[in-house]
Design a protein. Structure first.
Length: 135
């Protein structure tokens, strides 16, 4: 598996609201060897992410479209145990930092995918509640 993910980030201060934000666009290309079992050897998608920072809160929103496999998002590489082809999605989350090391996050994600042996798309949503600690 070879992943190529160039990205561009800009920081800005929104007008009439306190805090600051960053906006990132990323293009992901994933190239697979024949041994992975997919019908195609390359998949491409584009994603856009905005983060808004205000005091102890961080609001994150992300949208992406194209075809992706192995769950590659946010410069990460997560391998799922399926051969689903992810087609599009949207996600948002709200994080509160109690301290620099202790946080809590609530998020929702909605995706459209096509399963390994399916002929129609599947839609699903995921609600996530997390507590985090950084060492």
């Amino acid at each position: 598996v070879l992943q190529f993910s160039p990205h561009f980030t800009t920081y800005f201060y929104p007008i009439l609201v306190p805090g600051y934000a960053d906006f990132t666009t990323r293009y992901n290309s994933i190239f697979l060897s024949d041994s992975t079992g997919f019908d195609k050897s390359s998949f491409h998608n584009i994603e856009a992410t905005i983060n808004y920072y205000f005091g102890s809160f961080v609001f994150n929103s992300r949208i992406w479209t194209g075809e992706s496999v192995l769950g590659v998002f946010d410069s990460g590489h997560v391998i799922y145990n399926s051969k689903d082809i992810l087609k599009t999605g949207i996600a948002s989350s709200l994080t509160y930092y109690f301290t620099k090391q202790l946080s809590s996050t609530v998020g929702y994600q909605y995706q459209i995918l096509r399963g390994e042996s399916e002929t129609a798309d599947t839609n699903f949503g995921k609600l996530t509640i997390m507590a985090g600690y950084s060492f």
